[in-house]
Write a protein that binds this ligand. Structure first.
Ligand code: HEM
Length: 502
């Protein structure tokens, strides 16, 4: 018995020693940092008190004037470098990308095929897949998909029309409505399905999408392992996606592929491009082809990344426009003017002329970058000429996008909503890597063009037809859900919506 107790005491002491040593890393290197909590490191406020993006924003603002280009941080026990200098951001994201190719997050392609998407896989596999998928997102492909987006935009317009009256305001929660629009757009483009979420609020497609984002396998109990020790979690054969979600999406992708192969139907969407690659693989061309599981994971990430990010962006844009009526009026004037030139129809060329719509979306994404911090993991020691920039192999690197977006030296009066920050001249006058809602460099968002396109079309439809104002139910300032990694409004966004006569 006493031997067992001695062994336990020894083990606990060893663990404590290892933990303290880990938490002493930045001090030994002389890098500025906050004193870590013995268990949570510097992440103690998350997920209950502060949003993770805001923790990194505050850290950036606190340490950006230090003599070092980054500050030390502990994500539980993982040593993390929070970059505070724009030159180093540029090196990590673009110039020295070969040192920082991976995100170092969990995936498990064998037991949890949905998790092995472009977002999480690493090394040669990622490089190969990114290369294969890039042609899926060219501007030619976007143009082909444009009619699908416009068709769903029109459906959203008719839903708003049915819920509102001319000359009389109606209070609506707008995030849910626009999420049904983006869900239908991406459902059509990634899965080739008319998922009908606009007509039927309970449509399975949206509810499964929400489940995929909110619900956690093991009820969140093993998140500590999945987030903190992704490699160990993979060895333990853990999964992130709940079974119901996995079964639902596997079934959809399987039946879509079967249907298209049988009927030879072409829809010019993401699924067509993925099926072309599947056929190559089936014909023995593994170099250019994709297996069923690989297609499944990509279709799934296109859906998740494409529906949630763009709908929250549109929701935040409507909120800011309701608070800034002059900007809303100017936007509506531009939309009507361009539409008048194009026979009152939404065309791809017309949309490109709506510069102010794009500026409004860009300023929205500055204030509310949906993924508010970007991560990379060092593969090898990063030892540039300046020893202060040294980052050891295995360190997680965080680029605090939200911090950079709220730096008053880059964006004066950062709390103010000013789309004129995004005229061509104003953009050219700022250093690079100062607008990061889609990340930057070779591992930036592959769906950037598509995300902007569907957000701009949706916003143009809404601002053309309706006036948005704040009401007593509008939460000002907006409160964010603190526990989610992506930014989202706590109780949705309630606004008064009034139909305008056409
Ligand atoms: C407003 C809309 C969107 C926003 C704000 C957004 C944001 C982001 C961000 C911040 C990243 C990480 C970039 C980095 O680490 O440098 C990312 C990656 C990614 N996004 Fe998006 N995204 C949007 C729309 C989309 C859409 C529509 C798709 C697909 C149809 C998509 C698919 C992806 C994928 C696959 C990655 C991983 C890329 C890689 O690791 O190679 N996103 N996105």
């Amino acid at each position: 018995m006493s031997l067992v107790l001695t062994l336990i005491a020894l083990l606990v002491s060893l663990l404590l020693f290892a933990a303290r040593r880990r938490h002493g890393y930045w001090q030994r290197r002389g890098i500025p940092h906050d004193v870590p909590h013995p268990v949570y490191g510097n992440i103690k406020d998350w997920p209950k008190k502060r949003h993770i993006g805001k923790i990194f924003r505050d850290y950036y603002l606190k340490y950006k004037s230090s003599d070092y280009p980054f500050a030390g941080f502990y994500f539980f026990f993982s040593r993390t470098a929070v970059i505070t200098d724009l030159e180093l951001v540029k090196r990590v994201m673009i110039k020295d990308f070969n040192h920082f190719e991976n995100r170092g997050i969990f995936y498990n392609e064998i037991d949890d095929p949905l998790s092995a998407s472009l977002f999480s896989i690493e090394g040669q596999k990622w490089r190969h897949l990114r290369h294969k998928l890039t042609p899926t997102f060219t501007s030619g492909k976007m143009k082909n998909m444009f009619p699908i987006i416009v068709k769903v935009g029109e459906e959203m317009d008719s839903i708003f029309s049915a819920k509102t009256t001319a000359g009389q305001g109606q209070i609506l929660e707008v995030v849910d409505l626009v999420a049904r629009y983006t869900s239908d757009v991406i459902g059509n483009c990634a899965f080739g399905l008319n998922c009908n979420s606009l007509q039927d609020p309970k449509a399975e497609f949206v509810s499964m999408g929400k489940k995929a984002i909110i619900e956690r396998r093991y009820g969140g109990l093993l998140d500590f392992l999945i987030f903190g020790f992704p490699k160990l979690a993979r060895r333990l054969r853990l999964k992130v996606n709940v079974q119901e979600v996995e079964d639902f999406y596997t079934g959809i992708v399987r039946s879509t592929i079967d249907h298209r192969l049988k009927t030879k139907e072409k829809r010019n969407d993401f699924m067509d491009s993925l099926i072309e690659m599947y056929q190559k693989e089936q014909a023995g061309n593994t170099e250019d082809g994709l297996s069923f599981n690989e297609i499944l994971a990509q279709a799934f990430i296109f859906f998740l990344a494409g529906f949630e990010t763009s709908s929250t962006t549109m929701g935040f844009a409507l909120y800011e426009l309701a608070l800034n009526q002059d900007i809303q009026d100017q936007l509506r004037a531009e939309i009507n003017e361009v539409l008048a030139k194009h026979n009152n129809e939404f065309t791809y060329e017309g949309l490109k002329e709506m510069k102010y719509v794009e500026q409004v979306i860009m300023e929205t994404l500055r204030k509310y970058p949906v993924l508010a911090h970007l991560t990379r993991m060092t593969q090898t020691d990063f030892s540039p000429e300046d020893p202060k920039q040294f980052i050891a192999k295995g360190t997680v690197v965080v680029v605090p996008a939200l911090g950079i977006h709220y730096d008053p030296e880059i964006y004066p009066e950062p709390e103010k909503f000013k789309p004129e920050r995004f005229t061509d001249e104003a953009i050219a006058a700022r250093p690079s890597c100062t607008w990061l809602p889609f990340g930057d460099g070779p591992r930036n968002c592959i769906g950037l063009r598509f995300g902007l396109l569907q957000s701009c079309v949706g916003l143009a439809y809404l601002i053309r037809g309706y006036k948005f104002t704040v009401c007593p139910e509008t939460q000002i300032p907006i409160k964010m859900v603190v526990k989610n990694v992506l930014l989202s409004a706590e109780n949705g966004i309630h606004l008064t919506v009034e139909k305008l006569s056409k």
